[in-house]
Design a protein around this ligand. Structure first.
Ligand code: S3P
Length: 179
């Protein structure tokens, strides 16, 4: 039997920093019999250093190139996985649908602020300045909507959001295009 053809499609979670992609992603993976992959952690492990250090030493453009390369690799090599992406990946990777079904976890900026308390903002290269972060959020909202097959309100608990994603995916079926 060809076991590869039985591997479920990837689910790709997109959304702004703090929208719950990793927490919801882990739950979704467990509930749907998939593995979980954090695209930021993938880059960190390949580079052997944390993202803030990559930003500081090499600059944002270098990090974006790593993101594009990791997306190409995931499209070719990863199956049966829930992938949480970094908040900027949909801006540098147009064909996220080549990786899997793309789900946007949508959360108002005010809620994002509640979820990333001031003490945790410094560990995020693009969250040092709130006004700048809000500008980024406004610019990106439209891109997230445009890139997603499904948009989900992410303001409920992670458990509820994961259940909502699963039921929407069941309705959505395997209708997404790949390649
Ligand atoms: C970024 C979000 C981060 C990380 C990097 C850049 C962004 O990931 O990829 O700091 O541009 O929004 P999370 O969304 O997982 O925090």
């Amino acid at each position: 039997m060809d076991t590869l053809s039985r591997c479920p499609e990837n689910i790709v979670l997109i959304g702004f920093m703090g929208s719950g992609k990793s927490t919801v992603g882990r739950l979704l993976a467990r509930k749907s019999g998939r593995y979980f992959l954090d695209a930021d952690a993938l880059i960190e492990s390949q580079q052997g250093r944390p993202i803030p250090e990559i930003f500081t030493k090499e600059g944002e453009a270098f990090f974006r190139k790593l993101e594009s390369e990791s997306a190409e690799w995931m499209a070719k090599c990863v199956r049966g996985t829930v992938i949480s992406t970094g908040g900027g990946m949909p801006l540098v990777v147009e064909r996220l649908q080549d990786i899997g079904t793309v789900v946007y976890l949508k959360l108002p900026f005010e809620k994002i602020l509640e979820r990333i308390p001031p003490g945790e903002r410094n560990g995020r290269p693009l969250f040092g300045d709130i006004e700048r972060a809000e500008r980024l959020y406004r610019e990106r909202e439209k891109v997230y909507e445009a890139r997603a097959h499904l948009t989900v309100d992410a303001s409920a608990s992670a458990e509820e959001v994961a259940e909502t994603v699963l039921s929407l995916l069941a309705q959505h079926g395997g209708r997404h295009e790949r390649g």
